[in-house]
Design a protein around this ligand. Structure first.
Ligand code: MG
Length: 297
């Protein structure tokens, strides 16, 4: 399988990134950051999560962010919807693209979203079916696909089972996440090869964390199988508070550097991405976790 000619980078820093940073970023700064990301050429940005502010105070300004961010017609903006309440809010706010979040591990589901895996799928079925009837796009996240902090190794068949249930509900795209970053190329290949036997390639995205420095290698392994939707987070913002020792999401700049080197098109400007990195890191008062940003600044 030749490498894809084009890759869509899904920028998760405003949600998956900032929700795991200790500092609350003021709303106007957040909005400016998101607008910078859009201007860099990214085509899909996850804006925020309609989660209870009690759970994630970093995203307490979710409604304002959705209402006030200047959107560009060629950029797709999605919002994470953790439950029925969040979905009702999303409808009021006229959100056109939602994301739901579950895991391939039952224990992780219970600790992270307070429901069993089976219950999460029952709850999401109502949401996803209703959303599809209203022509709202739905992205489904499956976390812990290559390992769980509580259950250890996760069988690829367990991931496939959740993936097929989410697709049967009507999810337009699935993002499979190595939430604790334990996966290596070998595991990525086995998992993606199995999934691609059952799932159209245009519906599958990969979401890797760099805990053990494996994220770029894992992304490359996915590209070799033709996968062409990759989640990433500017400056490596985020991580996972429930996954012990989990460091951040793979940095978008680092993924872009690799894709540029491979001659794969993304439409994203490195210069503008680095400007967004510098901007948000100044406000977080910490250095970037992007190796490219650190090499160039
Ligand atoms: Mg992540």
């Amino acid at each position: 399988m030749p490498l894809p000619k084009q890759v869509t980078l899904v920028e998760v820093s405003p949600r998956d990134g900032l929700q795991n940073e200790s500092i609350f970023i003021p709303t106007d700064v957040k909005i400016q950051f998101i607008e910078q990301l859009a201007q860099s050429g990214l085509k899909h940005i996850e804006l925020t999560s309609l989660v209870s502010p009690q759970w994630i105070p970093q995203l307490a300004d979710q409604v304002e962010v959705i209402q006030k961010t200047k959107t560009f017609p060629d950029v797709d903006y999605s919002v994470l919807v953790p439950n029925e309440h969040g979905y009702a809010q999303a409808q009021k706010l006229k959100v056109k693209h939602i994301a739901v979040f579950t895991a391939a591990s039952d224990t992780f589901c219970q600790k992270n979203i307070n429901r069993t895996l089976a219950q999460s799928l029952i709850d999401y079925e109502k949401i996803v079916k209703d959303a599809k009837a209203k022509k709202i796009l739905v992205r489904g996240y499956i976390s812990c696909v290559l390992g769980c902090p509580y259950e250890g190794k996760i069988a690829p068949e367990a991931v496939l089972d959740v993936a097929q249930q989410l697709l049967a509900m009507g999810c337009d795209e699935l993002s499979i996440g190595d939430t604790i970053g334990v996966g290596t190329v070998h595991g990525v290949r086995i998992l993606c090869e199995l999934l691609l036997k059952h799932i159209p390639i245009d519906k599958l995205a990969v979401h890797f964390h760099d805990t053990y420095g494996q994220a770029l290698a894992n992304i490359y392994a996915a590209l070799q199988l033709g996968i062409h939707i990759v989640d990433a987070s500017v400056a490596g913002l985020g991580g996972c508070p429930y996954a012990k020792g989990a460091s951040g999401n793979v940095a978008t700049e680092d993924v872009l550097y690799m894709l540029n080197g491979l001659g794969i098109e993304t439409g994203v400007s490195m210069e503008k991405l680095l400007a967004a990195d510098r901007f948000i890191c100044q406000h977080l008062n910490r250095p970037s976790r992007s190796k490219v940003a650190n090499a160039l600044f």
